[in-house]
Write a protein that binds this ligand. Structure first.
Ligand code: DC
Length: 212
């Protein structure tokens, strides 16, 4: 029996760091599902296309290779915004679904299971996950974290702009018809606004240990 841990939440809530640490500490494989959408969106914009164009976005999703997920540029905001636009398209989501489910069901040899993070893991990709966490924080705290992350990478960024981008992406991710961002009914909500990352990791590991 393998363990599946689903971690969902809005941008910059801390779910990536949490998922990576939980995976390493509990010997689970880790999949950042946002990368699939980022790579799809980035492929469209880097060819000069509109990421909201269904044909272009679907064709990019169909052509994705593991090497595409390694591109450093996927970490930038241009890729994030494009990701959130291709993610609205149901055909793109359907195309990426199999890969995610297969990863959860058949993690690499030697791993005890898998951790997937994203927006719809607990609701759509792995509705039967053993543990579902919904990691969130206030929009202002998330914008501050993202600002610091950009500045630490030596990029120029203005708080007001980062906050606006965060609100735009939250709105698109939460209000779309296809698999909108929301906590599954059986998810445990972790609000990280006033917690440091070590506290969040400790809470998450204790929830996972209790449930598995
Ligand atoms: O987690 P992230 O910031 O890398 O995700 C980028 C975008 O991809 C996000 O704004 C919405 C979309 N996404 C999604 O719709 N479903 C997922 N499981 C993961 C990401």
């Amino acid at each position: 029996m393998t363990i599946v841990v689903a971690i969902d939440g809005p941008a910059a809530a801390g779910k990536g760091t949490l998922a990576r640490r939980v995976a390493a500490d509990l010997n689970l494989a880790y999949l950042d599902t946002g990368l699939l959408y980022r790579a799809t969106g980035f492929a469209v914009v880097s060819q000069g296309g509109d990421p909201s164009d269904e044909n272009l976005a679907l064709s990019a999703a169909q052509k994705l290779t593991p090497a595409d997920l390694e591109n450093e540029k996927l970490r930038y905001d241009e890729a994030a915004q494009a990701a959130s636009k291709v993610a609205v398209i149901q055909a793109v989501r359907d195309e990426l679904l199999d890969f995610q489910r297969r990863f959860a069901e058949q993690p690499p040899v030697g791993k005890k299971g898998a951790v997937l993070d994203g927006r719809d893991i607990g609701t759509v990709v792995c509705p039967d996950a053993d543990v579902k966490l919904f990691v969130t924080a206030s929009t202002e705290v998330r914008a501050q974290r993202r600002l610091k992350e950009l500045q630490d990478r030596g990029l120029e960024a203005i708080y007001a702009q980062v906050l606006q981008d965060m609100k735009d992406r939250d709105a698109r991710d939460s209000q779309r018809a296809a698999a909108p961002l929301r906590a599954a009914d059986d998810a445990v909500i972790l609000d990280t606004s006033d917690l440091d990352i070590e506290e969040v990791i400790a809470q998450a590991k204790s929830i996972i240990t209790q449930k598995t």
